[in-house]
Design a protein around this ligand. Structure first.
Ligand code: ATP
Ligand code: MG
Length: 251
């Protein structure tokens, strides 16, 4: 089983969204995937997946031996399961060793464990990172997110990780107009390769509204090592792209 922590430094850049959508895309490729909500303070992976009413046990019950890991898992779609975090559970009590033990018991059944990390670089970040064997850093193309992502990439190097990047909320029209950095520029700034590019999706109030294609491409790169990430700027280049950009500006 491959364990991947999804982290970012800056909050609100799309870690939980990427965890859920990537999980579904990997499951779509036939991989068995466990999503672990390691954001103990502000956990919401169950809500994002629309599974909150199905949650019976959570990580706290597993750690305190009230149930086995597989009893706490909630099925999302075929091949995809969630280990919910605990509402109100004191996150400080959870150690990276706790998460490691959970990952070890999942390794028998699953191909991937995606660990949704809390924002920041404090205790919650450290215990999630220490328990996993690889990392994805999610960032947006905006300066404040890039600065935090830079810190996280350096920190991950001290854990001997070579993380890959997922750039989220990319507006292709702004990229063509030079208002946000291109994927190549971001890769150079952060000194890390890019595995996924996710466009800004107008009105993406829930997961169902998120486009599937960019996550399928990301899943294929991670699992099969083939293909290129989506290029959200492509449709805004050339003469037709010019009119599309203008139309988006007036919206
Ligand atoms: N590509 C996108 N296009 C439009 N909206 C998005 C996109 N990605 C995420 N969002 C929205 O941004 C908000 C924050 O996303 P999300 O909760 O995944 O971030 P997070 O990094 O997990 O936040 P936190 O640090 O608080 O855990 C959500 O409302 C989500 O729907
Ligand atoms: Mg989150």
């Amino acid at each position: 089983m491959k364990s991947i922590v999804i982290t970012s430094g800056k909050g609100g850049v799309g870690k939980t969204t990427v965890t859920a959508c990537l999980g579904r895309a990997l499951a779509g490729l036939g991989c068995r995937v466990a999503l672990i909500d390691a954001d103990f303070g502000l956990n919401n992976l169950d809500v994002v997946l629309g599974l909150e009413s199905k949650v019976v046990y959570d990580t706290a019950d597993v750690i305190e031996n009230r149930c086995r890991v597989r009893q706490a898992l909630v099925e999302d779609v075929r091949n995809l399961y969630l280990l919910p975090s605990a509402h109100g559970y004191l996150g400080e009590k959870v150690t990276s060793q706790n998460i490691k033990l959970i990952l070890n018991s999942l390794a028998v059944t699953f191909d991937y464990a995606l660990v949704d990390c809390p924002a920041g670089i404090e205790a919650g970040f450290k215990r999630a990172v220490a328990a996993c064997e690889s990392a994805i850093v999610v960032t947006t193309p905006h300066m404040s997110a890039l600065r935090d992502a830079n810190k996280v990439v350096s920190l991950l190097a001290s854990y001997r990780f070579s993380p890959t990047l997922v750039i989220n909320r990319v507006r292709g029209d702004l990229e063509v107009e030079g208002k946000i950095p291109t994927a190549d520029e971001i890769s150079r700034i952060l000194k890390a390769p890019i595995d996924g590019i996710i466009p800004e999706t107008d009105g993406a109030f829930d997961l169902g509204e998120m486009p599937k294609k960019p996550f399928e491409l990301l899943a294929r790169r991670l699992h099969l090592g083939v293909g290129e990430p989506l290029d959200p700027a492509a449709e805004y280049r050339g003469i037709r792209g010019y009119f599309k950009r203008r139309a988006r500006r007036v919206k």
